[in-house]
Design a binder for this molecule. Structure first.
Ligand SMILES: C[S@@+](CC[C@H](N)C(=O)[O-])C[C@H]1O[C@@H](n2cnc3c(N)ncnc32)[C@H](O)[C@@H]1O
Length: 347
């Protein structure tokens, strides 16, 4: 595994590695495309849930898999992403094999019930935001454009980043910047925001980015914009990303058939920690106190971990810097007795 910290800011928001001429039509470069689809272990006639459709890269690869899977149910909270799914209708043999659902994946249990889905053979979570969202000037995810501070994946619901910035208490803003962005100057930034908004509201990405830059300055020699961590923190808070992840994981396991695979790709250490701990807790065969000499708990594990965490290769990172912080984890649903369900494996 490459030796860099998982705690670095999400490089999606670091404009330094991107050319400003990048055309939104370039779309999203899927991270760990082959690795994730291989890890899902696609079965002929299988049902797969891509809970983060985005640009549809993983879904398209699944739909092209031979022998063919039966269906991919693709979910995205962003209506723009689901609209893009039309492009995938042209994949040969894909007339009826793609179902698109505009929902938050935290509602996975009700999506499964409403759509009448049978047990799934794989669930994929490729977390965070897509390049489409980052490159769409009006969405307010990036300070490369001066746009209203929105940052919601689902623009039909919830508070915008602007509402948080202009109405949250100074303490709460400092907590957001510190705990979700690991921003060491969180208090100074929160204080500067509150002083500024007393004069007039902070309405755009450009206003917020330059306020942060004026407050903390640029670190000498650093290519990372000083607002990077704060923008990342706001995005995670606006979309309740950590809560949604904690909610979808048990729902994903419940949606899986025995032998089905859960594949996650995280870009932030807090997300990865939630996934890691969840898989560990679901894989436990005993939860008795450590001092107890004999196990009496009869715990039946629900999952087994498959392989080690996977990082993007140096080649992929070279071609797509966004993949640098990605970490993929894979687990397999066990049967009702906590045993491995027999089916072939590609990983
Ligand atoms: C990294 S992109 C996925 C890219 C995709 N795998 C591809 O190959 O194009 C993440 C997508 O997940 C969506 N998303 C993030 N959090 C979500 C949530 N809680 N519920 C539903 N969709 C979510 C975002 O809107 C975004 O489109």
């Amino acid at each position: 595994m490459p030796g860099h910290s998982l705690n670095e800011p999400d490089r999606d928001l670091d404009a330094s590695h991107m050319t400003s001429t990048r055309d939104p039509a370039d779309g999203h470069v899927t991270v760990l495309l082959h690795e994730a689809v291989l890890a899902l272990n696609p079965m002929a006639g299988g049902i797969y849930i891509d809970a983060t459709f985005g640009g549809g890269g993983h879904t398209a690869h699944l739909l092209r898999h031979e022998p063919p899977v039966r269906e991919v149910v693709a979910i995205d909270a962003d209506l723009d992403a689901t609209v893009r799914s039309d492009r995938l209708r042209t994949i040969p043999g894909n007339v009826d094999r793609l179902r698109i659902v505009h929902r938050n994946f935290r509602d996975l249990a009700s999506v499964v019930a409403n759509e009448g889905l049978g047990p799934a053979d794989g669930v994929l979570l490729d977390l965070g935001l897509s390049s489409y969202q980052l490159d769409e000037d009006k969405r307010g995810f990036s300070f490369r454009f001066d746009a209203p501070l929105d940052m919601r994946y689902d623009q039909s619901a919830g508070a915008t980043a602007g509402q948080l910035v202009n109405h949250e208490s100074e303490e709460e803003l400092a907590r957001i910047f510190w705990s979700l962005g690991e921003e060491r100057q969180s208090r100074r930034i929160a204080s500067a925001i509150v002083r500024t908004r007393e004069q007039s509201p902070i309405e755009t990405t450009g206003q917020l980015a330059s306020l942060i830059e004026r407050t903390v300055g640029r670190r000498p020699g650093s290519a990372i914009h000083p607002a990077t961590r704060s923008f990342q923190a706001l995005r995670i808070e606006v979309n309740h990303e950590l809560d949604a992840l904690a909610e979808v994981l048990p729902a994903a396991v419940a949606a899986l058939a025995p032998g089905g695979r859960l594949v996650t790709i995280a870009f932030h250490s807090l997300e990865d920690r939630i996934v890691k701990r969840f898989i560990e807790s679901q894989s436990r065969t005993c939860v008795c106190p450590p001092a107890q000499p004999v196990c009496t708990c009869d715990t039946i594990p629900g999952l087994r971990r498959i392989g080690k965490p996977v990082r993007a290769s140096a080649e992929e990172v070279g071609a797509n810097p966004r993949s640098r912080s990605a970490i993929m984890r894979v687990a397999e649903r066990l049967d009702a007795n906590g045993r491995v369900a027999s089916r072939g494996s590609s990983l």
